[in-house]
Design a protein around this ligand. Sequence first.
Ligand code: COA
Length: 248
Amino acid sequence: MFYKLTTKSSFSIVSAISEVIHLTTALDVLSPVGTATYIDTTTLKLLRYYLYGAPFGMEDDDFIYPPDLLGSIDFEKEHIATYDPQLSLPNPGPNLVVRPLRRSDYDKGYMDLLLSALYVRDQGITQQEFEDRFDRMKASGGSYIITVIEDTSTKKIVGNAVLHVELKFLQPSVKRGRLEDIAVLERYRGQQLGKLLMDVTTILCKKVGCFRVSLHCKDKFVPLYQKFGFYIDEPENIMWLDKNYLQS
Ligand SMILES: CC(C)(COP(=O)(O)OP(=O)(O)OC[C@H]1O[C@@H](n2cnc3c(N)ncnc32)[C@H](O)[C@@H]1OP(=O)(O)O)[C@@H](O)C(=O)NCCC(=O)NCCS
C-alpha cells in the first residue's frame, strides 16, 4: 500500500518527515501509484518510529489519541511561548520525544511521574487497572487528549499534560476543555518542558474545536498559564462536593 505525499518535491526522508505526519490526517491520502510522489506503508511506519517512538508495526490504536493530531501542528507558526534556548515540538531536547500517551506507558514510569509531581497520597494503580482505564478513556472517542514527553535514553515518561474534552448541548460548539495534570519530573524541571507541554496542549484545544477551556492552579503558577492566554475570572468560585459524603 502506498500513501501519496502532499507535494511533488523529490522524495527524501527529511522532507517526508515533515510531510508525512500531515498526510495521514487527510482522508485522500490513499491513492494508487501514479505520477506523484508516494511513500509506502513500511517507510511510513519507520518515520513514525522516529517521530513518536512508536515501535515498528504499531498502529494508532496504541495511542490515546491519533499521533497525527500532534503532527498537524506547525509548531514554528503556531507556538505561543518564547523559548531560550530554542525548543520545539519536533525538537524538545536531546533524547526527548513529545507524543500521545501509550497503553504501554505504565512500564515507563507514567504513574511514578503523576504520583511524585502531583503529590498524590495514594499507592497508584496496577498495570491492569491502568490498561482498563486507558481503554475506557480511549473508547470515549477523543475526550482524553493526553500528551507526554518520553526520555528515550531512559525509557521514562518525564512530562504529562491532560486536555479533557467534555461534550455539551447548550453551547455554540459541543466541546468544552479542561487542562489537568500538567507535570514534569523533578529532575527535568527548569528546561522549558512545562512550557512546551502547555504550548502544545493549548494549540490542541483549538485544533480539536473547544469553545471554552479552563484550568485550576495555585497562585504561583498563574504567570506560567497567563503566557498562554489564560486569565483569572474573579467572581467564580471553585466548589468541591464533600469527600466524606462521596465516600460514605
Ligand atoms: C509546573 C511544572 C509543570 C513546570 O514545569 P517546568 O518544566 O519546570 O517549567 P518550565 O521550565 O517550562 O518553566 C516555565 C515557566 O514557569 C515558571 N515556573 C516553573 N515552575 C514554577 C514554580 N514552581 N513556581 C513558579 N513559577 C514556576 C518558570 O519560571 C518559567 O517561566 P519563564 O518562562 O518566564 O522562565 C513543574 O514545576 C511541575 O511538574 N510541578 C509539579 C506539578 C504541578 O504542581 N503542576 C501544576 C498543576 S496546576
